[in-house]
Design a protein around this ligand. Structure first.
Ligand SMILES: Nc1ncnc2c1ncn2[C@@H]1O[C@H](COP(=O)(O)OP(=O)(O)OP(=O)(O)O)[C@@H](O)[C@H]1O
Length: 577
């Protein structure tokens, strides 16, 4: 079975009690609808023959019609509720999965694609319970009509049966075609969303370059594809509707013709003929399943796209904790994504700078050091324990990360820095009574963030939305978060690139003289960073070209060339190292 179909079945199963309500109302409504022709037939016969039971049958008839209407209203309610619940469950599952898969998710799918799949497509899968139950419910009147016709006159059952087979064949072909077309439509939707998110990320560049028109043409480039798929959907719908719609009057005519002969021969009463004609129409009401089938087709193709996201392997954590240790990091025979690190040790408490030209693999090595990327070969150990065996909590507590463009999470600035789950909420400044307040303040000071945070009206309690920050200020908050979080290892991936030289020097100083004596791994382009480090790891050509103190490596012109072009390099080169 396709992964998408499994997901559709799962969505139906997990949509909760509303699907049961939907099923019950659909079946009860269909049963009541089924009873109506019989009851009308009996009423007609009773009235024609002037029996006193006529009013009794009429009352039953009214009751059945009321039941049909009640079930229909309840069904509408249950449809909305079951769909919303199924979509919400699936969406939160997909979101947890995407975030749990880490950078593997964004490396595999563009962000706009992920948003479309976790949002729009998950919602389409959420409609599966409604469409499946409604389509299945249509089988009840069909089966009932077959039974009723058999009771009235078996020959009429054969007529209806033949019509139903034709309708089923049309529906099956329609489901197949529509699933394929809907898949294409959703794919183009995802493509447009991916381009749009990409363009929004570079909105400033686009405005500055004056290329808004060209960019909007690029974003909407796949639009003709969307139109083509939309037209194909309409065509498939129309042709299936014509084919299945034709069957209904033909069936009615056939049943009336056969029934008419039987009436003339005295084998049927007028009421029975009326009921037979109504049952023929009811039995053929399967043809109205087109709408549900179309919804099911969309749900199936959307489920296929969601299933691809759910296929991303989640990061599995172990259960181990760390023994006491200085934060020694060991790469043992490590290779990943074209970068061969081999054996490399970052002694506990030391500062290691990773240098290399753009694309050399500095970010990848930084990601490997804290398990933000998985090695394809070998293992990375922290104080003798392979990272893969550590629990998630232990891993994240031990290692703090800061990035070039940090994403700040939480409600306030204090929360964005604090590693504690209990947020820092009130007070212009941290008063030391709040959980982790000292740690946050110390970390902010070390990252030179304290100065500008205190200037804000609510200090650390300032909501993030009320504190527009420059790139450098954001980086300082990101650095503070890493300082506050990582107990043994700090990994800074180009995390000081937006700082001015003076601030960078201060942060660099704080890093070099970290009072907690943590191990530090700094991926950077700056010569000053390399010069301050205890050791330098020089990446080149997909491997560690050399390692050692900066002043030793500096003897190699190729190493010096790594820094060429940087303003700073020219400045320091004169007197350095
Ligand atoms: N977390 C990661 N997981 C897997 N592959 C990664 C990861 N980060 C980077 N890579 C890959 O490693 C290769 C080297 O890129 P990387 O970003 O590490 O270079 P870099 O030296 O940091 O470049 P720059 O100085 O321009 O930032 C690229 O192919 C990139 O896709």
């Amino acid at each position: 079975m396709r992964a998408g179909d499994r997901l559709v079945i799962g969505a139906v199963r997990r949509s909760g009690p509303w699907t049961a309500v939907l099923a019950v109302t659909a079946v009860a409504g269909a049963a009541a609808e089924l009873a109506v022709p019989y009851l009308i037939g009996r009423t007609v016969d009773a009235l024609v023959t002037r029996q006193p039971a006529g009013t009794h049958w009429l009352a039953l008839c009214a009751g059945a019609v009321a039941a049909v209407m009640l079930c229909e209203s309840l069904g509408v309610w249950a449809r909305g509720a079951s769909g919303a619940r199924a979509a919400a469950t699936l969406r939160s599952g997909v979101l947890r999965h995407v975030l749990g898969a880490g950078s593997a998710a964004t490396r595999r799918f563009p962000e706009g694609e992920l948003v479309t799949r976790a949002g729009l497509n998950a919602e389409e899968v959420g409609r599966a319970p409604e469409t499946v139950t409604s389509a299945l419910a249509l089988l009840v009147p069909t089966a009932g009509a077959l039974v009723a016709l058999t009771l009235i006159a078996p020959v009429l059952t054969l007529t209806l049966g033949a019509g139903i087979v034709v309708i089923l064949l049309v529906l099956r072909a329609f489901l197949r075609t529509t699933t394929t077309i809907a898949g294409g439509y959703q794919q183009v939707q995802g493509e447009i969303a991916a381009r749009l998110v990409e363009a929004l990320g570079g909105a400033r560049t686009i405005a500055a370059a004056g290329t808004a028109d060209r960019e909007s043409r690029r974003v909407l480039g796949p639009l003709p594809g969307l139109r083509a798929h939309g037209m194909a959907l309409w065509r498939a719908n129309a042709s299936a509707a014509v084919r299945s719609g034709l069957v209904v009057p033909l069936l009615e005519v056939a049943v009336l013709a056969v029934g008419g002969f039987m009436l003339a021969a005295g084998d049927l009463t007028v009421g029975e003929l009326y009921a037979a004609a109504r049952y023929a129409v009811l039995g053929a009401s399967l043809s109205t399943a087109l709408g549900h089938i179309s919804g099911l087709a969309r749900a199936r193709s959307a489920a296929g796209r969601v299933a691809e996201v759910l296929d991303l392997p989640p990061v599995r954590y172990g259960e181990r904790t760390l023994p006491p240790g200085p934060g020694t990091v060991e790469f043992r025979d490590v290779a990943a994504n074209g970068l061969t690190v081999g054996d490399l040790t970052l002694p506990g408490g030391s500062v290691t700078a990773v240098v290399g030209r753009s694309g050399a693999g500095k970010s990848l090595l930084a990601a490997l050091a804290g398990r933000l990327a998985e090695p394809e070969r070998g293992a990375v150990l922290l104080d003798g324990v392979p990272l893969a065996e550590l629990s998630e909590e232990e891993l994240r507590r031990a290692i703090g990360y800061a990035f070039e463009r940090p994403v700040l999470t939480g409600e306030t600035i204090g929360e964005a820095i604090s590693p504690e789950p209990a947020p820092v909420r009130e007070g212009a400044a941290l008063d030391g009574r709040q959980p982790g307040a000292h740690r946050v303040a110390e970390a902010a000071e070390a990252a030179c963030a304290d100065v500008f945070v205190r200037r804000l009206p609510l200090g650390y309690a300032t909501p993030l939305g009320d504190a527009p920050m420059s790139g450098g200020e954001r980086q300082r908050i990101g650095l503070a978060r890493a300082f506050a979080q990582g107990e043994r290892l700090l990994v800074l991936d180009d995390a000081t690139s937006s700082l001015d030289t003076v601030t960078e020097r201060q942060v660099g100083q704080a890093l070099t003289t970290d009072p907690l004596g943590r191990t530090r791994l700094i991926a950077a382009h700056r010569l000053a960073t390399a010069a301050r480090a205890d050791q330098v790891v020089w990446l080149d050509g997909g491997t560690v070209r050399a390692g050692g103190p900066h002043h030793v490596l500096w003897q190699d012109p190729a190493y010096r060339a790594v820094f060429q072009g940087a303003e700073e390099a020219r400045e320091i080169q004169g007197g350095a190292p």
